[in-house]
Design a protein around this ligand. Structure first.
Ligand code: PLP
Length: 290
């Protein structure tokens, strides 16, 4: 990640959404901010390609959904859009995808309002993994498939700042010689990656698991499905088991800056990389508008 631009959004009643520009290399957030001390907050990362903020609306929708799940104030869409656009405007043309990460924390401990900012940066180039594929292991997330209904306080399906677990899963994957993870529920439902959505191909049908399992609604998966449907593919939102993953003709992990990355190995077994569907999805994903 190469940080480029930082805009802090004043979310106090008096601040009324005022934006201030800062140097992203300078310390800006107080050490008593609950986002820093507790991971208590939410975020989104939007890809910026050719100066266009991709799927801004769906990202703002998901930000709003996460805010509701964490009992944070309803984000003011106009204020956030202004902050996100300001951060995006500073991203130059580059072979790497640009991105804006925007964050709302619960604010300073004992304070009266949330903290907000939008950071523009250059993300990692996904072309290697799109072409060559990725090695993935399945890991037990340790919750049942109905955790979002039985225990909503566990915030499964919210894009909260508390990603230490997601990062630890990535290190566990590396210990297995893999690049990434597909989480599975304790009762054997396929969930999502630590920062991505699963797509599986069965013949000319594309399948992704439902958000009721306590996973994020993937903005990239949604647009990838639109692209596939335009080419005559049937898309389904449906439960999958680990055995279904073994049976699938091809598998992908998708997310905003990465696009669709084909899986070339799952739990140590070689998998067919479907170059045609990978190309089809990424061509449309790279050309997305807001
Ligand atoms: N699931 C999780 C847990 C994520 O963190 C992400 C993105 O970071 C996704 C899915 C994919 O979401 P999107 O396609 O909107 O980037």
């Amino acid at each position: 990640m190469t940080p480029l631009s930082l805009f802090v959004l004043d979310l106090s009643a008096e601040g009324a959404g005022r934006l201030t520009r800062h140097d992203p290399a300078e310390p800006v957030i107080p050490v008593t901010d609950l986002g820093v001390t507790r991971g208590d907050g939410i975020f989104e990362t939007i890809a910026v390609r050719g100066g266009v903020l991709q799927a801004l609306g769906p990202h703002l929708d998901r930000f709003e959904r996460s805010a509701a799940m964490l009992d944070l104030p309803v984000p003011n869409r106009a204020h956030w859009t202004e902050a996100i656009e300001a951060a995006a405007a500073a991203i130059p043309e580059d072979p790497r995808p640009g991105a804006v990460k925007f964050v709302m924390t619960r604010g300073i401990e004992g304070g009266s309002h949330p903290t907000g900012w939008a950071l523009g940066f250059l993300a990692d180039d996904p072309s290697g993994e799109r072409a060559g594929g990725i090695k993935v292991v399945t890991l037990d997330r340790g919750y049942r498939h109905d955790v979002a209904q039985t225990s909503p306080w566990l915030l499964q399906g919210a894009k909260s700042l508390a990603y230490a677990v997601n990062k630890a899963a990535g290190r566990e994957a590396a210990r297995h010689g893999a690049d990434d993870v597909i989480f599975v529920s304790s009762d054997d439902y396929v969930l999502e990656g630590p920062s991505s959505t699963v797509i599986a191909r069965f013949g000319d049908i594309a399948v992704t698991p439902p958000v009721e399992l306590g996973i994020l609604p993937g903005t990239t998966q949604a647009d990838a499905f639109t692209a596939l449907e335009a080419h005559g593919v049937t898309t389904l939102i449906k439960n999958l088991s680990p055995a279904d993953l073994v049976e699938a003709d091809a598998l992908w992990l998708c997310s905003s800056t990465r696009g669709a990355a084909p899986i070339r190995e799952l739990d140590g077994a070689a998998r067919t990389v479907d170059a045609a569907w990978t190309e089809l999805m990424n061509t449309d994903l790279d050309a997305r508008r807001r």
